[in-house]
Design a protein around this ligand. Structure first.
Ligand SMILES: *[C@@H]1O[C@H](CO)[C@@H](O)[C@H](O)[C@H]1NC(C)=O
Ligand SMILES: *[C@@H]1O[C@H](CO)[C@@H](O)[C@H](O)[C@H]1NC(C)=O
Ligand SMILES: *[C@@H]1O[C@H](CO)[C@@H](O)[C@H](O)[C@H]1NC(C)=O
Ligand SMILES: *[C@@H]1O[C@H](CO)[C@@H](O)[C@H](O)[C@H]1NC(C)=O
Ligand SMILES: *[C@@H]1O[C@H](CO)[C@@H](O)[C@H](O)[C@H]1NC(C)=O
Ligand SMILES: *[C@@H]1O[C@H](CO)[C@@H](O)[C@H](O)[C@H]1NC(C)=O
Ligand SMILES: *[C@@H]1O[C@H](CO)[C@@H](O)[C@H](O)[C@H]1NC(C)=O
Ligand SMILES: [Cu+2]
Length: 588
């Protein structure tokens, strides 16, 4: 602690953002967050045998658990995670998804961007403040380690003594993921092969790491026998049953860390009221079922006002891709009867995978809760990002404005801070794409380029990003892509069909757009978002579909990196930054 100092005397309120965590500690004491606690966690990441869907495979676990332990904290708490890599032959990092890392961009946990991978046997300490109540999660952000099972929940409660703007008597947490029987190493090789060996659809959908392979009670997935669908016991794959009392209100925290699948959840006979999205409150609205894309989180509240003498199914089905994976199922049980008694009514059938109207109508119903921050009325800079599938030397890739992203070995946070010119492309990547580009069909020449240049964003400016979807390589095919921004929440100003035009701005929602960290682009459509670039750091913005990011679908923004202070030197002890600070513990 004595190794560095911070001068609070000179800081204006806005400057709080750049103060290091240590300063935040001091500051929080000054502003009287007397409740703020430091939460120290010691985690070992390792491969272990596990049966997430009743079939034994190898997963990436933390402290012998899969999914990793749930972190539960209050707003203002400081999370310390001493993360030890026990993987043996590969590096590891963990990203705290949805936590903006105000003043601690080095703790964002992105390999090649905020830090070096932690080597086998090494321990790295993440330290950051959780500054906003909400439903979050964490996951691996190196190679395809998220697909290998490196994830868990992170729940931030309002400060003690304060209340959420909605009432509930109890809560459940459901973290969704998808699971393949093929190892991630094999998946990764397949994605880098010519011809491409696509990972295919997942074998199983998991809720809190639990699912049952080839188990479905829905008509369109065959009628399975009871030996395949167990719904009881204490196996690793046994579903977590939601046990409730009648006439109460429950909050369900839903988050998706899927590698590929877009999902929809429905609860038999129970409506859900949506109250939170990505750690921000929304104007409550009722739904029969809810779409959730990888990288998103929601809270819904349900009332247990149905007949308590029977059990109800909760179904989770696939959206946006022709499903080959049976829906995940669990039970809502009113505690009056045994939870092992299967519901007499069949599971709710989630909407058809290609009912995009249904998805759009849900997505467009999300508005921020009254009193939430509103966006600046205009922007300083606008980036148009065309999403395409391409070929490079015959390999299949995804590109943004014809550039397919490849991760450099030296983390940007260090290479930008030290002005290293030889570690990534110094030219700025394209800000838009040719107006003549036909988004409805693949181009005659589907080639693109690899690249790793950064978009340099001026501090405190307002940036618009228009994500433009297009046809993929196959005719009549355009995929869903959920885009996730690190370091900032953004306002979602609007969605549209076809190619974005200047005229579409007239329909932007500047009054109550939702603040989020992940947003979807629909097939052949566009999505507009706006954010104020006020958190110095190197921040990825990328498709949250794991294989898509792996195939180049992302960009990096660098923002006032000169203002970043207090980077632990072991965050940058690799590549071209390794020798720059051998004797220092923290970077100035
Ligand atoms: C499964 O059961 C339902 C209802 O009993 C029936 O309508 C359907 O035809 C069955 N599906 C198959 C594939 O057997
Ligand atoms: C899945 O279950 C069905 C119905 O019981 C069975 O016929 C089929 O062989 C199973 N498939 C696999 C891959 O286990
Ligand atoms: C739930 O509340 C309603 C109205 O207050 C009451 O009529 C009903 O008996 C209650 N149900 C249970 C199971 O307690
Ligand atoms: C979806 O909505 C569009 C526009 O409102 C409409 O033209 C189309 O028929 C709808 N499709 C379906 C399948 O309902
Ligand atoms: C993308 O880059 C490739 C390779 O440089 C080029 O052949 C192609 O015309 C470019 N496409 C677009 C749409 O700019
Ligand atoms: C950031 O921008 C806002 C709005 O333009 C301005 O009021 C504020 O003073 C700026 N803050 C800093 C630190 O530049
Ligand atoms: C693509 O869609 C168009 C218009 O619906 C149709 O004429 C064409 O045959 C389709 N092409 C393929 C390869 O499916
Ligand atoms: Cu994608």
């Amino acid at each position: 602690m004595s190794t560095f100092s911070c001068s609070l005397a000179k800081s204006r309120p806005r400057m709080v953002l750049f103060l290091t965590l240590w300063c935040s500690v001091t500051l929080s004491m000054m502003v009287g967050w007397s409740e703020a606690k430091a939460r120290h966690l010691k985690w070992d990441v390792e491969y272990m045998y596990w049966s997430p869907d009743c079939e034994e495979r190898v997963v990436m676990g933390i402290n012998g658990q899969f999914p990793g332990p749930t972190i539960r904290a209050h707003v203002g708490d400081i999370i310390h995670v001493d993360l030890t890599n026990k993987l043996g032959t590969e590096g590891v990092v963990i990203h705290w998804h949805g936590i903006r890392q105000l003043g601690t961009p080095w703790a964002d946990g992105t390999a090649s961007i905020s830090q070096c991978p932690i080597n086998p046997g090494q321990t790295f300490t993440y330290r950051f403040v959780v500054d906003k109540a909400g439903t979050y999660f964490y996951h691996g952000h190196y190679g395809m380690q998220r697909s290998a099972g490196l994830y868990g929940s992170l729940i931030v409660d309002v400060p003690e003594g304060e209340h959420e703007p909605f009432h509930y008597d109890g809560e459940f947490n459901l973290l969704f993921s998808d699971w393949w029987h093929q190892s991630v190493h094999e998946q990764e090789v397949g994605l880098h092969s010519k011809p491409l060996r696509w990972i295919g659809e997942p074998q199983t959908l998991l809720m809190n790491g639990r699912g049952q392979y080839n188990c479905s009670l829905l008509p369109n997935f065959g009628n399975s026998s009871s030996t395949q669908c167990k719904f009881k016991g204490n196996e690793q794959c046994a579903p977590q049953v939601l046990r409730v009392l009648p006439n109460k209100t429950y909050r369900l925290r839903l988050a998706s860390t899927t590698a590929l699948a877009s999902l929809n959840i429905a609860i038999g006979k129970h409506k859900m009221i949506v109250v939170e999205a990505d750690g921000n409150y929304v104007q409550p609205f009722a739904v029969e079922d809810l779409d959730i894309y990888s990288g998103e989180s929601y809270s819904v509240v349900i009332k247990t006002d149905q007949n308590p003498n029977q059990n109800y199914w909760i179904s989770v089905g696939v959206r946006g891709r022709q499903p080959k994976t049976p829906p995940a199922l669990t039970i809502l049980n009113y505690k009056k009867i045994p939870s092992s008694k299967l519901p007499s009514i069949s599971p709710p059938i989630t909407p058809a995978w290609n009912d995009y109207n249904h998805s759009k109508s849900f997505t467009k119903s999300i508005f921020s809760l009254m009193g939430s921050p509103t966006p600046p009325a205009s922007y300083d800079r606008r980036l148009l990002f065309l999403n395409t599938q391409n070929r490079i030397d015959g390999y299949i890739k995804w590109s943004i404005n014809n550039v397919s992203f490849v991760f450099p070995p030296t983390p940007y946070l260090g290479s930008v801070k030290f002005g290293l010119k030889n570690v990534f492309d110094q030219s700025s990547p394209p800000e838009d794409f040719p107006a003549s580009y036909d988004i409805m069909s693949p181009p005659a020449n589907p080639n693109s380029n690899t690249g790793n240049g950064v978009y340099k964003i001026d501090y405190n400016t307002t940036v618009d990003i228009i994500l433009q979807n297009a046809n993929a390589l196959a005719a009549n095919t355009s995929e869903i892509h959920p885009w996730h921004l690190h370091g900032h929440d953004f306002w979602v100003l609007g969605y549209g069909e076809g190619k974005f035009t200047k005229g579409d701005e007239a329909n932007f929602n500047l009054k109550n757009p939702p603040l989020r960290n992940t947003v979807v682009i629909f097939p052949y459509g566009w999505t507009a978002l706006r954010f104020v670039a006020d958190n110095p750091g190197a921040w990825p913005f990328h498709c949250h579909i794991e294989p898509h990011l792996h195939m180049g679908m992302g960009v990096v923004l660098s923002l006032a990196v000169d203002k970043v202070k207090g980077i632990p030197t072991d965050a940058l002890a690799c590549g071209h930054t390794a020798d720059m600070f051998l004797k220092k513990k923290y970077l100035p």
